[in-house]
Design a protein around this ligand. Sequence first.
Ligand code: PEP
Ligand code: MN
Length: 279
Amino acid sequence: MQLRNRVGMPNSVAEQGTVTVGRHVFGTDFVIIAGPCAVESEEQLLESAHAVKHAGAQMLRGGAFKPRTTPHSFQGLGERGLDILKLARAETGLPIVTEVMDARQLESVLDCADILQVGSRNMQNFTLLKELGRVDRPVLLKRGMSATLDEWLGAAEYILAGGNRRVILCERGIRTFGTSTRNTLDLGIVPLAKERSSLPVIVDPSHATGRTDLVIPMSLAAVAAGADGLLVEVHPDPPHALCDRDQQITPQAFGELVRRVRDLVAFLGNGDATSEHAR
Ligand code: PEP
Ligand code: MN
């Protein structure tokens, strides 16, 4: 396939590179999505949802279908997890971001998600990407852990070419020889992806570092690099989380993150961080 020079540009449907979800506009507002790695129970998810909303998140994340390295790890609550996410949206009004791992799950995930997340491991699941090209729902496309910029934009192009123009890119760290962090956050790709496409680009500092102590510094760095938003893992009781416990921050730490990120966004002027948009 011939890659277009600027992915998402040739069609005016791309609307100057913005993706609107509810009253939030990726590419104009600085959008913070937060919540636990996985939906573990009704109590855990509702507590997380209220906490991240209170701290200033605009959207709630949480996996119902989890792509785990071994089949013996917690796989997510599946359909029950989706029902709990719907409950959280009803209670808080926060739009829901959740992963769809397989085209066969699409119908149920569409019934719940305001944004369909494609995980790193599925970035080149072309069957899934083609299906997502046919739906009328924004897609958050995470970068594959070893994907080049061209491969990432090529994957986005599968969705765009199918007619779904609402794609948001998410840098989540790549595999390198380094062992001090879970992955290596590739911040240079943020301005590059924006230069080469018209798509909003957000950053996930949680999977990129795998370490709670690096989530705030790398969130600030992402703002400085020109990111359009963040995807942050927040858990009410990180030591007892069923997955990714080393990287999920507490609601209290998340509150600090939001304050510092908002200040920096306002200082740099690279997004609307006013409380009206941020809340
Ligand atoms: C996630 O965000 O829940 C996740 C599994 O991340 P990634 O696909 O980037 O590993
Ligand atoms: Mn996770």
